[in-house]
Design a protein around this ligand. Structure first.
Ligand SMILES: O=P(O)(O)OC[C@H]1O[C@H](OP(=O)(O)OP(=O)(O)O)[C@H](O)[C@@H]1O
Ligand code: HPA
Ligand SMILES: [Mg+2]
Length: 177
């Protein structure tokens, strides 16, 4: 299985500790708010599942599938919605749950969309945040990581390896393929 892994960047234990830490911060910050966790599929699944267990609030979980694309000469932060939320989010407190912020384009576009839908607040929790993403910051971050292709714990390489329990760095030889 892990013959594609160069090194383990974030261990299972470190991930568990981060979920606990972030969960307790979010619990404090969202007390008496109408919290909706919005998971961006498919990468968010292990993280959302583990994180939500440490948020001690009556929250709601919703999912979206989006694909972001550069629209040529027009806006570069448009997104195509492949699966949308089941509910309106007007006046609700939205916490977007991501496995990774890489270029930041996905999060930027979804935040913009949710603003137009009238959310009361929109924040982001991401397990991983790559260093070079145009200063787009999530309010809650598990780990800031170098600009390398990572996989595992929800993150895929060619749709596989999401089931690894840790975050690994992809071996260089696969980058060039
Ligand atoms: O910051 P960005 O450069 O926009 O990249 C981050 C996004 O890319 C990945 O999703 P992907 O489109 O691969 O879908 P997946 O979760 O189904 O793998 C990841 O899960 C984030 O949603
Ligand atoms: O480093 C990454 N790994 C896997 N999926 C991703 N999507 C954006 N960045 C990454
Ligand atoms: Mg992917």
């Amino acid at each position: 299985m892990n013959n594609v892994i160069e090194e383990i960047l974030v261990s299972e234990k470190q991930i568990a500790e981060a979920c606990k830490r972030l969960g307790s911060e979010i619990t404090k910050d969202y007390e008496n708010k109408d919290l909706v966790l919005v998971g961006l599929l498919k990468g968010c699944i292990p993280f959302l599942s583990d994180l939500a267990k440490h948020i001690e609030l009556p929250l709601e979980v919703q999912y979206m599938i989006v694909s972001s694309y550069h629209g040529g000469t027009a806006s570069s932060n448009e997104i195509q919605i492949k699966y949308d939320l089941e509910v309106p989010i007007k006046d609700r407190d939205i916490l977007l749950v991501e496995d990774i912020i890489d270029t930041g384009q996905t999060i930027k576009a979804v935040k913009k969309l949710f603003e137009t839908r009238g959310a009361k607040s929109i924040k982001v929790v991401s397990l991983l945040d790559k260093k070079d993403n145009n200063n787009l910051k999530a309010e809650y971050v598990g780990f800031t990581i170098p600009n390398k292709f990572v996989l595992g714990y929800g993150l895929d390489f060619q749709q596989k390896y999401r089931n690894l329990p840790y975050i690994g760095v992809l071996k260089k030889e696969f980058y060039d393929k």
